[in-house]
Design a protein around this ligand. Sequence first.
Ligand code: PLP
Length: 382
Amino acid sequence: MISKHVEKMAPSGIREFFDLVLGMPDVISLGVGEPDFITPWRIREKAITALEEGVTSYTSNQGLFLLRDSIADHLKTQYRLNYKPDKEILITVGVSEGLDLSLRAILEPKDKVIVVAPYYVAYPALVELNHGKVLLLETKQEDNFKIDPKKLSQLLKQNPKAIILNYPSNPSGATYTAPELKKIWNLLAKKELIVISDETYDLLTYGQKHICFPSLAKSAKEKTILLNGFSKGHAMTGFRVGFACGSSEIIQAMTKIHSYSVMCGPVISQVAATEALLAKKEVKTMKTEYMRRRDFLVEELGRLGFSVSLPQGAFYCFASLEKFKFNSLDFAKKLLVKEKVAVVPGLAFGKNYKKYIRLSYANSLDNLKEAIVRIERFLKSL
Ligand SMILES: Cc1ncc(COP(=O)(O)O)c(C=O)c1O
């Protein structure tokens, strides 16, 4: 009954582990990939008012014009990028839908797509669901999990149709400076390929400026599908709003698929997102808190003997277990059973990352402090 390519998709390597987490009370979960903050009040209030006013209909397939226009303004002020709200911006159901639509719009069966590892878990799965072939571009801790241009050049010889970039990265927290991105773009520019740039965590970039990929050059903008949304920086995961920006040809193709598959994003969430773009103070407060937690967690993990580089964005630490001679699935299972702390084994982000665990600091400082006490006790018991 099930289509062959869905059936042969590898199940998540950590499903068994998360089944264990679900059945356990009093767990401190550093496994989740979503903000622990409730959506700022002014955004919720906007949604409540819209509901009270009876805003309950479909929107245009491309999404509320007011939201697209506000996004165009935001990208212009933040990154000096000009996208036309009528033709070059599509409102999606989270970045998740934007990713799926991008791949659906451009891939022919067996087209190759470069995925940078360690990767966000959905990338390889979505490439495969869309009948593409994943070319893995692995990064190393000694390079701070950044792309090695030599390795990229090698993979480009296989003529991929697209590359998915994600910075700041889930799970490594790596991000790039303008010169680093230019080096990458110079290599990509020589090829006929589409760049899918998932910049979901742009607002959570620490200590440096986020450089938006299409802002690198006019030609970079022409070849890039920029994906972003409101889930992370604005703490709006449950609202399910994202956006895709690109050439009108690509955005029209994506809109065609979107109009048949989901029709439009939820109207209340789109109204709320217009307010989110004004909530700069609230975003800054959350970012400052994430930085405080990051500094605490990195220092404490270092003290306990983990090898971990300072994440420059998002809200994850990707820590090496090298010193403990443990494979991360065993480590995570034992830590969960003995001390009720959940972390994600590195295997989830690529088969060569078994020595790593991902810890999310989208959790209160008190919980992080308690988690460190428990991890320390666990290490002493080994
Ligand atoms: C890198 C990355 N891209 C996309 C998503 C999906 O986000 P959304 O809630 O906007 O669908 C996530 C969520 O964890 C993510 O980490």
